[in-house]
Write a protein that binds this ligand. Sequence first.
Ligand code: ADP
Length: 946
Amino acid sequence: MTELRSIDAPSRGDDLVYLAAFQQLVLERSHDLITVTDPVGTIIYASPSWQTVLGWEPDALVGTPVTELVHPDDRARAAAGIGAVAVAGEVDGMTARFKARDGRWVALESSGTPILDADGTVTHLLGTARDVSEREELRRRVEELDALYRIADVIARAGSLDELFGEAVETLIATTAADRASVLLSDEEGVMRFTAWSGLSDAYRAAAEGHSPWPPDAVDPQPVLVADVADAGFEPELERVVTAEGIGSLAFIPLIHDGVLLGKFMLYRNERHEWSEGEVRLCRTIANHLASATVRARTRMALRDSRLQLETIMRNVDEGIIVQSASGVVYANGSAARIIGFESAEAFLAADRTEVLDRFEMLSDDGEPLAVEELPGRRALRGETSERLIRYRVRATGEEGWSVVRANPVRGVDGEVILSVSVIHDVTEARIAQQRVDFLARASEMLNATLDVQQTLGALATLAVPAFAGHVTVDQYEDGVLRCVGARHVDPAKTQLMIELRREYPPTKPEHPVQRALATGQVQFVADVQAEAESMAHDERHAEAIRELANTSGIVVPLAARGRTFGAITFGSVPPQPPFTEQDLALAIEIGRRASIALDNALLYAEADERARATEALEFVDDGVVLVDRDEVVRLLNPAASRVFGVKPQKAIGRRIDDLLHDWANVRERIASTSGPRRAELLPLMIGGEEHWLSISAVPFAGGTVYAFRDVTEERAVEQLKSDFVSTVSHELRTPLAAIYGAALTLQRDDVELAESQRTGLLDVISNEADRLARIVNDILWASRLDSGQMALAIESCDAVSLATRVVDALRAHAPETVTLSVEAPSALPAVAADSDKLRGVLTNLVDNAVKYSPDGGHVRISLHQMGNRVRIRVSDRGLGIPPAEQARIFEKFFRLDPNLTRGVGGTGLGLYICRELVHRMHGRIWVVSDGRRGSTFTVELPVAQ
Ligand code: ADP
């Protein structure tokens, strides 16, 4: 625009008048809004376009400050522009919103130029402006779109929710006019928590968290716009916090997905601010995006987490997992790949399926070929769930393996099978171990089944092929000569070849592994037989034959025992069986060891064959007979000895007797020390944890010793009982007798004057002790009657309570003062079916014991109660108690816990025996409960009388 010097300036000539008219025309016709103001921006002139663009009457505007017409948000900028022009500056292309007469806001792009007087002083300001609202609208739309793209991009790139919201906050600030922004999400309780924010202090977030303009279950919540915090009507505390944070205006935009309020995001401005419709719309659009992205991200992350977990599990389990569809393997974990013979799952997945299957020969458990269609994975694709043990052989190596495979179909939405999941559990090692154990067990059984040398060795050959080896040869070594006594090859046609070969070319060369084994007594391992064929062979034909036998590796185990060499067993591996390993070596040695023992036995047996006939008689004698050789190894054990020792002859023969009977050394020593005429010794021997008494004699001979014995444990126990009984009873009788005798003597004396009380005291002693004597005698009598079956019982209905009361009353008189006695019973206790006389005996015994074994006194309590159709009579004391280990034995005849009377309490050991026998005869039960320390409780249980 050309510079105008002054509109009001007087014309200086025609040209100027012309110019003024022209200028006027331009002003009138221009689409631009042309305005002249004074230096502070008050309108002096407004062109007609003010009317057409904004609806204002130009003349009416004169005197109005321009800034009054500018949108409050743009006002500061407009004022600054005016200020700049007023000091002779220029403003170009400033966009601001102007108020139209109808209240609309119209974007105008303005330029400002100063009008100077001759001195260069600014007298007026000239402004021109263009309506750019369409352009502005377009720009805003583009910005909005741009913002949406940015949000969409953020959503697409975000790896986690935190990242998503962090980016969203940045984008919100960049695309709206906000100074700060935040995102809050509802937690489980519906409380909105800050998830991402920019420019908010910790204190503000702490104070503002939880405030929400909408209830958690709000239906269709709308944005809440606060143009000026001061007018918002917030609670005073919240308002204080918001103001302190320097926030002038804010907007709450709800995050809604599927009608559910997920959270909100917030825009903040430092100044007061009228939030425009465009801003709100943009915010809501972004909010919608964010809300659905939140839900999607949450689901995706949950899915990813669970998939990750699953992946980790699958990767780490030992079981192989294969997922396949009709067209091939879809997934396999590392274990599956390893079981199938691949380095990694990737390698397995990349391999061709038919080619993989061709690597194996699939067999069922019993060795029958298995069709691919029968594999559980394939069956699962047909909809069947199955599990089976699969034996497979790797064609390339001949190696065998076993797997338990379980497969399940996975169905699609329509129920059709889309995948099968197979779980493969490799049980090869367990199977091999099991086979070895089985083989060893069968070998031992066979070896011990016969005492015929040749038969034994032959059997071994039969057993080992094919369970353990491809071929086996057994060579017997006798008087310097090797003789093949057994041979077998997996290929029956070759068995004959082997036998002939051995006959023609016995393994006599010193380099031959059999010779090496015999010479050194050490097992020989030949890793590559074919490589050594030349050195083993006698001539080319021999070498040729060795090649024909085709064994790959070999093990030779010497058979030797007790310094004698019997021969050697040769095991050979024949393809497809893989060559022998360390483990095979260990097994071979074990077989050799067992075979050696069996051979040793067989040989010894053969030697002793004639003598054996004589020993046949031993089968029938009642005395135990054991023959041990000079090494104390059992060579013969007759049935009677086997019974006493509790060991089968098969198990015992060949083992050292000390291994069978750990304290046999005592027997040997005692017998060896008895010189002179051979006599049977009575010796204790621990057998199976119990003491047995043997009457044993020994006869040495050149090859060893024969022991003959009888088990006299029972006889000895009876003897012991008898002698115990005599000593206990005599002791028990002597004590009361001495007391009676003493009292009677004192009473008889006429040289001493006895007070009446002393006399009664002595008479009491006599009567009490006589009573005790009577009880002892009674016990002995009852015990002997019970033993001889002469105890007659008369079962009738008895009142157990009154019986117990009478027993207690009678015993109370003799009981020491420290002991108190009581009887407790419910009022309505039914009568019991018993022999009242015998039941009284039983109770007397129990109560008497309770008193007797309570040396420190205490309460003895007899209680009775009903248990269904039985009545229980309980006698409990607080005395010495009975250790649990002895509780069964105290009911045995003569058994006493303290036979040596260290506690000073005497007795015959018959009482409880009698109690038990009587209670049983009355169809009842008796038992004791005690922890061995704090008293005992004896219970007698009897049937209720009908
Ligand atoms: P004894 O004549 O020795 O009492 P019993 O047959 O009545 O014979 O009892 C056998 C053993 O049981 C006793 O020697 C005693 O060691 C133990 N015994 C019996 N009753 C009790 C009891 N109430 N408290 C502790 N020990 C008891």
